[in-house]
Design a binder for this molecule. Structure first.
Ligand SMILES: NC(=O)c1ccc[n+]([C@@H]2O[C@H](COP(=O)([O-])OP(=O)(O)OC[C@H]3O[C@@H](n4cnc5c(N)ncnc54)[C@H](O)[C@@H]3O)[C@@H](O)[C@H]2O)c1
Length: 240
């Protein structure tokens, strides 16, 4: 039998209470990892999972959560920076508030999710970081200038961090999901969803599990030990 080598590895998932994050948490548990998630909403974690309430926009809140996770579960091997929000509007109408909020969660939040753990990873010369980008950051999307800016930035962060962290044997990669069936896209009008589906060669939205398996691959010290600074697109051939 082969394994992904994630047994007993401590992995932190932000935004793990629902959607893609919850699916990542579930799969990692099944693969034997010790999982903690961080979210701003209340939720019932799966058995054996440590759920903490913290806000990725606040470094102090993330540092406190990080300390608690390491005390309870041990040194962190993996971070999945998954928490993200949308505040869509056409650029001409986009408010400063919606710009700032998206930047705070999706961009600064990614930094704040990784920083509490990076020194420890360097010391142990072991770690894998996955940032959840988006098809919108890769190819742009009307009505999402704020969101797309942050998701393009996630790619920039991961590529730069990969170069910095390689000497310490720590890896950093991004995943760019296409349209995935979660609360985030459920709010789209049916007409818009039908139009998008028609553009996707697979003729369907992806499922959260499709992203979870990509995360498991990139976290795995066995399957992806030489993969870093990469962007894995998971989008049913919905490319540029
Ligand atoms: N659903 C899609 O089609 C899609 C496509 C591409 C990328 N993504 C990205 O995947 C990630 C997950 O999206 P999803 O569809 O599961 O969304 P979702 O809204 O279902 O889940 C996001 C989670 O992040 C949490 N969160 C929000 N703000 C937070 C904060 N400040 N601190 C901590 N947690 C916070 C939410 O409470 C929620 O549990 C996001 O980064 C999103 O941008 C989603």
């Amino acid at each position: 039998m082969v394994s992904l080598g994630l047994e007993d590895k401590v992995v932190v998932v932000t935004g793990g209470a629902r959607g893609i994050g919850a699916s990542i948490v579930q799969l990692l548990v099944e693969l034997g990892a010790k999982v903690a998630y961080i979210d701003v909403i209340d939720s019932e974690p799966p058995e054996g999972v440590l759920a903490l309430k913290a806000d990725v926009t606040k470094l102090e809140s993330m540092e406190a959560a990080g300390k608690e996770i390491e005390e309870k579960l041990g040194p962190v091997y993996g971070v999945v920076a998954n928490a993200g929000i949308t505040r869509d509007n056409f650029f001409a109408k986009l408010t400063d508030e919606d710009w700032d909020k998206v930047i705070a969660v999706n961009l600064k939040g990614v930094k704040n999710s990784i920083q509490p753990f990076i020194e420890g990873m360097y010391e142990r010369e072991s770690g894998s970081i996955v940032g959840i980008s988006s098809i919108s950051g890769d190819r742009g999307n009307a009505g999402q200038t704020n969101y797309a800016a942050t998701k393009a930035a996630v790619i920039g962060i991961m590529k730069s961090l990969a170069r910095e962290a390689a000497r310490k044997k720590v890896r950093a990669n991004a995943i760019a999901p296409g349209f995935i069936n979660t609360e985030m896209v459920k709010s789209l009008p049916d007409k818009v969803k039908d139009k998008i589906t028609a553009e996707i060669p697979f003729r369907r939205f992806g499922e959260p599990e499709d992203i979870a398996w990509a995360v498991a691959f990139l976290l795995s010290p066995v399957a992806s030990s030489y993969v870093t600074g990469e962007v894995l697109r998971v989008n049913g051939a919905h490319h540029t």
